[in-house]
Design a protein around this ligand. Structure first.
Ligand SMILES: Nc1ncnc2c1ncn2[C@@H]1O[C@H](COP(=O)(O)OP(=O)(O)OP(=O)(O)O)[C@@H](O)[C@H]1O
Length: 263
């Protein structure tokens, strides 16, 4: 499978504060793969996401996405963060439509094909259990519903790359597990056409969702180990109660503890 996101020996220092966030950071994520990135707090996970999406540029090394060196924000990526960042004055449906007003070719097509796009947005909402919620404002939705809407917004322009930075961190355990299944199903439906990179502190989340887990060192971050998770798909939440699953989580925890103490 061809690499879809490739970072090679990347270093990045923020101009504000002069923090060397990542150094010697290399990773390859294949097309259609679901990758997770874990590591100690402050090790540069979000920086990795910013570099892969062209929100920051490295001083050293190369970042290649979909065969091209990243030199501007990667608009074909969908993104969702810990805070759902929905605009409060727009309805949920209008929030979902936002990327279509920005990203080509949708931007040029939107005016003429609005009904088609609205139907697509409504179908997406339906697929995450939010059928009929499009007319509600974000502040009329629960945190979990807002995060589902935010996921739909990240997917509305049919991105080939989905970047998730702690998207479920603020949710209770039940809602979080429900959303794992939503993401699992969205990824499965795209049948190898959607590459996902998930940054998370939750090792169970990484193990349940990912094909491969990259573990980062203490800052300046680099990948110190990667672990293939080969549970067959589709995965059921039941696997999270198996010994094999716990073994992976324990192993990851030990590696992160090791990385923390190597500071
Ligand atoms: N915009 C910025 N300007 C200056 N420094 C920054 C900026 N963003 C991050 N940093 C610094 O870079 C380092 C890495 O931050 P980053 O957010 O990438 O880590 P992280 O692993 O995602 O953290 P956490 O696990 O706490 O979410 C930190 O020391 C942080 O203070």
């Amino acid at each position: 499978m061809r690499p879809f996101v490739e970072l090679t020996d990347v270093s990045h220092t923020y101009s504000t504060g002069g923090t060397l966030a990542v150094d010697g950071l290399s990773l390859k994520v294949s097309e259609g793969e679901f990758a997770a990135v874990v590591g100690p707090s402050g090790c540069g996970k979000s920086t990795l996401m910013k570099l892969a999406t062209g929100l920051q540029f490295p001083q050293k090394g190369a970042v290649i996405v979909d065969g091209k060196e990243v030199s501007e924000p990667v608009k074909m990526a969908g993104m969702a963060f810990q805070a759902p960042t929905l605009l409060p004055w727009r309805t949920t449906l209008e929030n979902l439509m936002l990327p279509l007003e920005i990203v080509q070719p949708h931007r040029s097509r939107l005016r003429k094909h609005r009904a088609e796009y609205v139907a697509k947005a409504e179908a997406l909402l339906e697929s995450v259990g939010l059928g009929g919620a499009g007319s509600k404002f974000p502040w009329q939705l629960s945190g979990g519903m807002q995060q589902r809407s935010s996921l739909c917004r990240a997917l509305i322009h049919e991105p080939k790359l989905l970047m998730l930075d702690e998207p479920f961190g603020a949710l209770d355990a039940f809602t979080r597990e429900e959303l794992w299944c939503v993401i699992r199903d969205l990824h499965a439906r795209m049948a190898g056409k959607l590459t996902v990179i998930l940054v998370t502190h939750d090792l169970r989340e990484a193990t349940f969702l990912a094909d491969r887990i990259f573990c980062m060192s203490q800052r300046p971050g680099r990948i110190i180990t990667e672990r293939v998770v080969d549970f067959p798909r589709p995965r059921d939440l039941e696997i999270t109660y198996t010994q094999a699953f716990s073994d992976i989580v324990h192993d990851l925890r030990a590696r992160i503890a090791e990385a923390r103490s190597a500071a």
